[in-house]
Design a protein around this ligand. Structure first.
Ligand code: FAD
Ligand code: NAP
Length: 528
């Protein structure tokens, strides 16, 4: 049984960042990755249209000036192959592959009380031990397809977006059914519509889709980004959602209704999440402000989509803007003006089964040659609880979190010594590279603290965990986010506890909360 100082599970954005940090500390580190390559999200999500919703210049690492200087993004929102190429480049540039075992899934990890270390088992029969176990398994890495019966009967092709094949999938001449209208489907639908004979979109809940306004970056823009990287990152670290944007500096009450429309129009034309972050600062917290922005979007939908009935179906009406994560669209609403595209509401006529010929709802059957399941993920906790992770006394993390996740800082769990989670539940909801950077930096500090003080274990006190739960609850309840049904509240999976899976207090605030813990000598933790 081989021993490492640290084992990292996952070789996506977080796992690579963690490997870099642990190596810098001089720790022997082994990464296990279920996929055949690095990339995580960008390895698995190869569906048509997949690209980032974060602007490329902040969807990157900030730990290496040389890396920043040598990498060039082609577009404002890079497509999946480019995001994957970036992570491959990072793995090669920093010679990371020699420490990564691919096609190797960790099945279990158990805390060995007598040896004060973790025993890790993989699906190839490997058994390993380590002092520090770092999970970097992703918040959106376990796809979810509702357990409709009958898939084995379906005679056509079918694909799950989060496990899209590497081979090209052709839609040409086919009758395609897409199930779902979340951020994934919203990217795929306009591309599929270009070649499918007919595309039927089965929608349960409409989304507030913001225009991305993607485009190529010019050499001048790229040079300016390189010159400004320090300022860009300083801004992103402070921004509530980790973007290089400034707050709008105004609320809806500060200006006249005519000004509302002008400001929102500018945000709409600028594109991306700037529609939210650079218009009014109270969209997240004030119902009235939120409704002004929401109605603006509904009116845009009514203007773009020619068929009034389809337009109304596409208008979200019963939850506030941002209570579901707003997707960025690339001519999404325009796609419903195509003669080969139809939208069907399955809210009151739910999907019941898959048949030989297609998809059946309570009252109808939709024939298909190809079905795309864009039905989301068992987000944040799903991947962790599906692994057999056992802390002190053999307690599994799935049992520990039966009524909802319990962590301190979204990084550590009481009863699970030296288990460090990058993007664990109750960590910030924000542009993820910024969050990962802060969390991995904290993990590095924690391990340094142990080693400098000749300590073996670190584990949060239960009262700190309970205080963190109350804190994240308070944060989400102060926003409009709690007024919808979303995967970030566990609502997309029947039976999953309805609790916030994220810290909605801002990326900068969170970073300072973490730093305060470190500067306080890790007083909220037991050490031994
Ligand atoms: P992942 O990239 O999910 O990587 C986790 C890795 O762990 C996977 O490779 C998985 O195979 C591996 N793994 C899991 N369990 C095991 C196991 N038991 N054993 C071995 N390996 C295991 N976020 C943004 O901030 N901006 C965006 O624009 C953005 N776009 C996105 C687009 C899509 C389509 C999706 C699905 C998500 C997007 N996200 C975005 C969120 C995205 O998941 C993160 O930005 C980021 O890629 C997460 O990196 P990660 O390393 O934490 O997780
Ligand atoms: P999602 O937002 O959870 O969307 C899943 C869709 O499937 C929803 O429309 C949902 O409807 C529908 N659905 C689920 N169960 C259903 C059922 N039983 N019957 C009918 N419809 C059903 O998942 P996603 O689109 O994969 O996106 C998840 C997250 O991944 C995003 O919010 C985002 O954070 C990330 N993502 C990011 C990007 C990007 O940044 N570029 C791209 C893709 C994904 P309901 O809404 O009614 O539940």
């Amino acid at each position: 049984m081989q021993h490492f100082d640290a084992i990292v599970i996952g070789a996506g954005f977080a796992g690579l960042r963690a490997l870099h940090e642990l190596r810098e500390l001089g720790l022997s580190t082994q990464v296990f990755e279920a996929g055949s390559d690095v990339g995580g999200t960008w390895y698995w999500n190869r569906y048509p249209g997949a690209r980032t919703d974060s602007e490329s210049w902040v969807y990157a690492y900030s730990f290496s000036k040389e890396l920043q200087d040598e990498w060039s993004w082609s577009e404002r929102f890079p497509p999946q192959p480019e995001a994957l190429a970036y992570l491959r480049h990072v793995a090669e540039r920093f010679d990371m592959r020699r420490d990564i075992a691919f096609d190797t899934k960790v099945e279990s990890a158990a805390w060995d009380e007598s040896a004060q270390r973790w025993t890790v088992r993989d699906d190839r029969g490997g058994l390993w031990t380590c002092r520090y176990l770092v999970t970097a398994v992703g918040v959106l890495s376990t796809p979810y397809v509702p357990p409709w019966p009958g898939i084995e009967k379906f005679k056509g092709e079918w694909y799950v977006t989060g496990r899209w094949p590497k081979e090209r999938v052709s839609f040409a001449g086919k009758r395609v059914v897409v199930i779902g209208t979340g951020a994934t489907a919203i990217q795929a639908i306009p591309i599929i519509a270009q070649t499918a004979r007919h595309l039927m979109v089965l929608q349960r809940t409409p989304n507030y889709v913001l225009p991305a306004r993607n485009g190529p970056l010019t050499d001048e823009e790229r040079d300016a980004i390189r010159r400004d990287y320090d300022a860009i990152w300083a801004q992103a670290r402070e921004h509530f959602f980790g973007f290089a944007m400034d707050p709008a500096g105004r609320t809806i009450a500060d200006v006249t209704p005519e000004e509302h429309q002008r400001i929102l129009e500018r945000g709409w034309e600028t594109g991306g999440f700037r529609f939210i972050f650079e218009t009014f600062d109270d969209i997240f917290i004030d119902d009235r402000s939120n409704e002004v922005a929401a109605e603006f979007i509904r009116n845009k939908i009514r203007t773009i989509v020619k068929d009034p009935a389809t337009a109304e179906l596409l208008c979200p009406k019963d939850y506030p803007l941002t209570a579901k994560r707003p997707p960025l669209g690339h001519f999404y609403y325009e796609t419903f003006n195509r003669p080969n595209v139809a939208l069907v509401d399955v809210k009151d006529d739910p999907i019941t089964e898959l048949t030989e010929r297609g998809v059946r709802t309570a009252t109808r059957e939709f024939e298909a040659d190809l079905i795309v399941f864009a039905t989301g993920f068992d987000a944040v906790t799903g991947t962790l609880t599906k692994m057999d992770v056992r802390g002190r006394g053999g307690v599994t993390i799935a049992d520990k979190w039966r009524d909802g996740p319990r962590t301190h800082l979204g990084i550590m769990v009481d009863g699970f010594p030296n288990l460090f989670m990058v993007l664990g539940p109750q960590s910030p909801f924000a542009n993820i590279p910024v969050v990962i950077d802060g969390m991995v930096d904290w993990i590095g500090r924690a391990i340094q603290h142990l080693r400098a003080n000749r300590l073996t274990t670190l584990e949060p006190k239960p009262e700190a965990v309970e205080a963190w739960r109350k804190h994240v609850d308070r944060l989400v309840n102060a926003t409009v986010l709690s007024k919808g049904r979303s995967w970030f509240l566990g609502d997309n999976i029947p039976g999953k506890p309805h609790v916030t899976l994220f810290h909605f207090g801002g990326a900068g605030v969170y970073r300072r909360e973490c730093l305060a813990e470190a500067e306080n000598g890790f007083a909220s933790f037991f050490t031994s």
